[in-house]
Design a protein around this ligand. Structure first.
Ligand code: BES
Ligand code: ZN
Ligand code: ZN
Length: 501
């Protein structure tokens, strides 16, 4: 979709649909809308008077061939209460408008910014929302759904003087949305199309286009590096594992600047292995690579946004299959760090592959680590699909990640990681075991396991098992992979680069 900034008065814009926002309150027709209303001979005031237009959250009111406007349609989207409105809501309103219009086969739209916010950040939220809302995963459908695609959209309401701010925001919004949509594309792929080797090719292609150095370690190299935990998961599959390493180096990094390591779980399909999962809903486990996909999406965005710090993405990729060579419950594996692990349950495979990924990240010189993983069903029990669970070893860094998530509008919530959870993963015959011995606390014992491989390096673990996938479409989003964690990690890298951390 082509995105531009429009400086003509709204009434003059020739487009398929002009989109405006109405706020819930005594007078939903205010600011930029009031101007349109005057041009349209008071049509909106009348609709508000008859309570057809109230400004309630995501209410839609569509007028065809509105009098006095050059646009073919006028769409008013409810923005809810003004006090509750931020760029997070603005992004959703823009996304909902894009989805609403594309189902009606509209090809062009102009999104009118509200009167009092003409910041670059507002333009970013609108551009991002439009691209995220437009996204559809219909690659394997013969007939593309929802009426097709939007060809172009413009950001309207910016004066000539504010145009360059709008363009700055638009560019950032596009970059971040494309990073997310890249991650969503990977997440939506079925596992027969997206094996670890194919994931590596897709990452290589992306990296080549972006001129980003990438290294793909194959099973031979992984064996040389003694990544016993990752290899133990891969041994039950006919598909060989891969480990992807993408490195972004800034032109100038300040001395002593952090090196951010982004580690993402990429199990391209999780059957559970010998501890096999029940058949019901097992197809959902193609999403088990969404953490890895998110980190690739982050790198795709960062190469354009150019933070002032070095960022390394490490993505261990494998299937978890119950083949004849598969590891069995009770097996002991030696991780790259040298720690021995008793594998009580082969379905707790994410922590195994991440243990080698995290350790390797430290070897590569990362001073700060963030991992994203669809790690536990327990986090879904605790937080449903509302919040990502956040576990951290360093309170300051954890708070930095949480602050980045708030700025990015991705809901995340801190979870406990007390020493008692570490006690629960002690093994009788090895250093640690891959599931907790006591009852409950599954998300925390999983995090405690990961912590064993991060030593003193500040580290944050994002359990995205509940938030990486939408089972039902929302007004602002298609169902399927969400691309969660991309925006937070991009924001974090930019903030660490700005020295604000
Ligand atoms: N990929 C799953 C986590 C998962 C489960 C995500 C359900 C979404 C829904 C992970 O590899 C897994 O199977 N975890 C097990 C761990 C258990 C065996 C300790 C789980 O959470 O059930
Ligand atoms: Zn599993
Ligand atoms: Zn898994």
């Amino acid at each position: 979709m082509e995105l531009t900034v429009e400086t003509r008065p709204a009434a003059e814009i020739e487009t398929g649909a002009l989109v405006g926002c109405a706020f819930e309150g005594d007078a939903p027709i205010e600011g930029a809308l009031a101007e349109l209303d005057r041009a349209a001979g008071g049509a909106l005031t009348k609709l508000a008077g008859s309570k057809e237009l109230t400004g309630k959250w995501l209410e839609t009111t569509l007028l065809h061939y509105p009098q006095g406007l050059k646009a073919e349609r006028l769409l008013i989207v409810g923005a809810g209460k003004r006090e509750k409105f931020s760029h997070v809501e603005l992004r959703k309103v823009a996304a909902a408008a894009a989805r609403y219009l594309k189902t009606r086969s509209v090809k062009r739209l102009a999104f009118l910014s509200s009167e009092d916010d003409r910041s670059a950040d507002a333009a970013e939220a609108i551009a991002e929302g439009l691209l995220l809302g437009e996204y559809e995963s219909d690659k394997y459908k013969s007939e593309k759904k929802n009426g097709g695609v939007l060809d172009s959209a413009s950001l309207a309401g910016w004066s000539g003087a504010a145009q360059s701010e709008a363009e700055k925001g638009l560019r950032r919004g596009r970059i971040i949305a494309e990073g997310q949509n890249f991650a969503r594309d990977l997440g939506n792929e079925p596992s027969n199309y997206l094996t670890p080797r194919v994931l590596a090719h897709r990452a290589e292609q992306m990296a080549r286009d972006a001129k980003l150095p990438i290294e793909v370690l194959d099973e031979k190299k992984l064996a040389e590096l003694k990544m016993g935990a990752l290899l133990s998961v891969a041994q039950g599959s006919a598909e060989p594992p891969r480990l992807l390493v993408l490195t972004y180096t800034p032109e100038k990094a300040a001395a002593g600047a952090p090196v951010l390591g982004l580690v993402g779980k990429a199990v391209t399909f999780d059957t559970g292995g010998i501890s096999i999962k029940p058949a019901n809903a097992m197809e959902e486990m193609k999403f088990d690579m969404c953490g890895g996909a998110a980190m690739l999406g982050v790198m795709r965005a960062l190469i354009h946004l150019k933070p002032a710090i070095k960022v390394i993405a490490i993505v261990p990729a494998t299937e978890n299959m119950p083949g004849g060579k598969a590891q069995k419950p009770g097996d002991v594996q030696i991780a790259m760090s040298g720690k021995s692990i008793e594998v009580i349950n082969t379905d707790a495979e994410g922590r195994l592959i991440l243990s080698d990924g995290l350790y390797y990240a430290r070897q590569l010189g990362c001073t700060h680590l963030v991992d994203a993983a669809t790690l536990t069903g327990a986090i879904v029990v605790a937080l449903a699909n509302v919040n990502t669970g956040v576990f951290g070893s360093d309170p300051k860094f954890t708070e930095q990640v949480l602050a980045a998530s708030r700025a990015a509008g991705e809901k995340m919530w801190p979870m406990p990681l007390d020493d008692e959870y570490r006690e629960m993963i002690k093994s009788t015959i090895a250093d640690i075991q891959n599931v907790g011995s006591g009852k409950g606390g599954g998300a925390s014992t999983a995090a405690a396991f990961l912590r064993e491989f991060t030593a003193e390096t500040p580290w944050v673990h994002l359990d995205i098992a509940g938030t990486a996938w939408l089972t039902e479409a929302k007004p602002w989003s298609a169902k399927g992979a969400t691309g969660v964690a991309v925006r937070t990690c991009v924001e974090l890298a930019m903030q660490l680069g700005a020295g604000r951390g």
